[in-house]
Write a protein that binds this ligand. Structure first.
Ligand SMILES: Nc1ncnc2c1ncn2[C@@H]1O[C@H](COP(=O)(O)OP(=O)(O)O)[C@@H](O)[C@H]1O
Ligand SMILES: [Mg+2]
Length: 432
């Protein structure tokens, strides 16, 4: 056998630098280990290089990265810790000059058929622990120099760092993965619950709207009979009868209002608004409402001030619903303000949103009622509990929120120190 001469000094520094850069900058450990064995084999001018890791019981080693070895050689399974590996695992480098004659070689036949002549093995150290073996293989017998051993020791050190980094990274990733899985499972559960609630809600809304519709027509029929009777078309009424029919008619009116509010809620809740969306200029939208409010205010001896700049940008909304919201707020302001008072409607653009303010100098809302004032059927303690449905504000809130807006109330009104001020904002969205 001829000795392989190290005629050309191997480019160890360059290789070390390359490996160090990879180890410190990359997180894909498999890629880094692969590049370590590749660069080492190339730098040392040898046939092959492998990196083996110890099993947890420290009895076997497993090929983790290899270059230049056949698949069948690598896949021969866990490598038993024979005499050579046992020595390496005590922390010493072990060189085998001739695989075919060295008695310490465990898998001699396989090594010979793989074309391996010499081997140099070094411990792979992570922190203070030996975790595996870095090994190079030559196809011609080679006497390894102290330079070779030093180079390989440094490479093994870098390999150890790469593995430590990988283990740290993997354990962190696993932790994140576990947490993520936990959160996803929780979310799925919440989604399922929400679906159930949504289904129940839709069922209830369907039921509500059917009942409301069914009640509406007979009530409307009764109401029209009352009108006929009150109009004297069915004969003269005595005072007592007139009084009774008037009271009944007022009750029926209240019921019809309630039904129409309930139907509104069921329409809004079922997403009807989305079908009615269009781009509308605000002054045009407010026009008919303001006219009606003027009429009502005048009837009650109230002043109505309106400030709607014509330059306001159009908004993307359900016009009938925004009209309804404004009507509800204005009619409340008129209803809850005594003769001689003032109602103000002001619309302005604030931070890219349309802001509507409806204020009055009326009876105000007691402080303790303010937090619940937008709830269904809630009415403040200072109003007549028999008139109105207590659903108006709840409807307004639903309408504004269905448009991506927000509504709030202040009482007393901060500017005048009396009455109430409702403010809502709507995003200025164009037709998508
Ligand atoms: N402008 C206002 N001034 C004083 N109280 C108000 C005003 N607007 C609403 N409220 C209070 O909020 C309650 C709920 O209003 P709303 O939902 O419209 O019901 P309703 O008008 O049928 O009473 C009213 O009963 C009243 O107590
Ligand atoms: Mg109302």
């Amino acid at each position: 056998m001829t000795h392989e001469l190290n005629s050309k000094p191997p480019d160890y520094y360059k290789a070390l630098y390359q490996i160090a850069v990879e180890v410190t900058s990359r997180t894909d450990t498999a890629g880094v280990l692969d590049s370590i064995v590749r660069s080492t084999a190339a730098a040392m001018g040898v046939k092959a290089c492998s990196l083996m890791l110890l099993s947890p019981d420290r009895k076997h080693l497993l090929h983790t990265a290899a270059y230049g070895l056949s698949d069948s050689y690598i896949k021969k399974g866990p490598v038993d810790v024979g005499p050579i590996l046992a020595e390496v695992l005590t922390g010493k480098p072990v060189a085998v000059y001739d695989v075919s004659t060295d008695r310490r070689v465990h898998y001699r036949a396989q090594a010979i058929s793989e074309g391996i002549a010499s081997m140099l093995s070094l411990p792979l150290v992570a922190g203070s622990e030996i975790i595996g073996v870095l090994r190079i293989y030559t196809d011609k017998p080679r006497r390894f120099t102290p330079d070779d051993i030093e180079f390989l020791t440094l490479v093994a050190g870098l390999g150890g760092i790469a593995l430590r980094k990988a283990r740290h990274h993997e354990s962190k990733e696993k932790l994140y993965e576990e947490r993520l899985e936990e959160k996803i499972a929780q979310l799925e559960q919440v989604k399922e619950e929400l679906n159930k609630v949504e289904q129940a809600k839709n069922k209830l809304l369907g039921f509500l709207s059917v009942v409301a519709h069914d009640l509406k027509s007979p009530l409307a029929a009764i109401q029209s009979y009352f009108s006929v009777m009150l109009g004297g078309y069915s004969g003269e009424l005595n005072e007592k009868h007139r009084h009774m029919i008037e009271r009944s008619s007022a009750r029926i009116n209240g019921l019809l209002d309630l039904i129409s509010d309930l139907l509104d809620i069921s329409r809004i809740e079922s997403g009807q608004i989305l079908k009615e969306m269009e781009t509308v200029p605000l002054p045009k939208l407010a026009h008919s409402i303001v006219e009606e409010a003027h009429r009502l205010a005048e009837q009650k001896g109230l002043a109505l001030k309106v400030e709607i700049p014509p330059s306001l940008p159009p908004i993307y909304c359900s016009a009938p619903r925004i009209e309804q919201a404004l009507t509800n707020l204005l009619s409340n302001a008129i209803k809850f303000t005594e003769k001689g008072g003032t109602i103000c409607l002001k619309v302005l653009e604030v931070d890219g949103q349309i802001q509507c303010e409806i204020s009055d100098t009326g009876i105000g809302i007691p402080k303790e009622d303010l937090p619940r004032i937008f709830e269904d059927f809630y009415r403040a303690s200072n109003v007549d509990p028999t008139s109105g449905t207590g659903l108006g504000l709840a409807i307004v809130k639903r309408i504004i929120e269905a448009h991506g807006g927000r509504i709030w109330v202040a009482s007393p009104c901060p500017e005048t120190g009396c009455g109430t001020k409702f403010t809502f904002v709507l995003p200025i969205r164009r037709n998508p």
